[in-house]
Design a binder for this molecule. Structure first.
Ligand code: IMP
Ligand code: MG
Length: 188
């Protein structure tokens, strides 16, 4: 049994270690910073809850004078790849985004439903630019209207937890990304 499985029953393996994530987040921060004019403000919008850890590290890796942060809470209702699944915006920001450089920060792109829904909503508000940065991408989505410009890692098709990602609200606090034992997932 791996060390991680002993400490956290239900996890099978570490997929991305704390060190790997930290190194990649530093790279993403540099790339993002270099992509916007240095004297212009960047508004990072995190999709809660999943993106809370990633956004806090990413924001600190973008070394520029003017950067602001806001959040949206979205939740997906329904099962699996069912096309009737619905994304609902549970909390909206108070701040207007018209004319601003918006970077939407997402934990993981799976079916792509969340990005499509939230992307359309933000675009309607006429930002100056709209880009997406996702920590993980499963590359399963069909018809993704807002393909992330920045992706941390290509993700395996497993259910992943840690670094903000949950299974039934558990495991968000893990400093690494790990895969869940599929047997264990049935309990949720
Ligand atoms: P999508 O709308 O199907 O792309 O799903 C996006 C949301 O589902 C993400 O923001 C996550 O919160 C959640 N999600 C998708 N895959 C995983 C996973 O492997 N682990 C944890 N959460 C996931
Ligand atoms: Mg989620």
């Amino acid at each position: 049994m791996s060390e991680v499985a002993t400490r956290y029953p239900g996890l099978t393996r570490i997929v991305f270690s704390e060190e790997e994530i930290a190194a990649r987040v530093r790279e993403l921060g540099r790339e993002i910073d270099a992509s916007y004019p240095p004297d212009e403000e960047l508004l990072m919008i995190g999709l809660l809850k999943g993106a809370f850890v990633f956004l806090s590290d990413l924001a600190r890796a973008v070394k520029r004078a003017s950067l602001t942060v806001d959040f949206l809470v979205a939740a997906l209702y329904g099962e699996g790849m069912d096309p009737s699944r619905e994304v609902r915006l549970l909390y909206d920001m108070g701040t207007p985004i018209e004319g601003r450089h918006v970077l939407l920060v997402e934990d993981i792109v799976d079916s792509g439903k969340t990005l499509n829904r939230i992307g359309d909503e933000l675009k309607r508000r006429a930002p100056r630019s709209l880009e997406v940065c996702a920590l993980l991408h499963k590359r399963l989505a069909r018809e993704l209207r807002y393909e992330p410009r920045w992706v941390g890692f290509e993700a395996p098709p497993d259910w992943l937890v840690g670094y903000g990602l949950d299974l039934g609200e558990q495991y968000r606090h893990l400093p690494f990304v790990a895969a869940i034992d599929p047997e264990d997932k049935r309990g949720f």
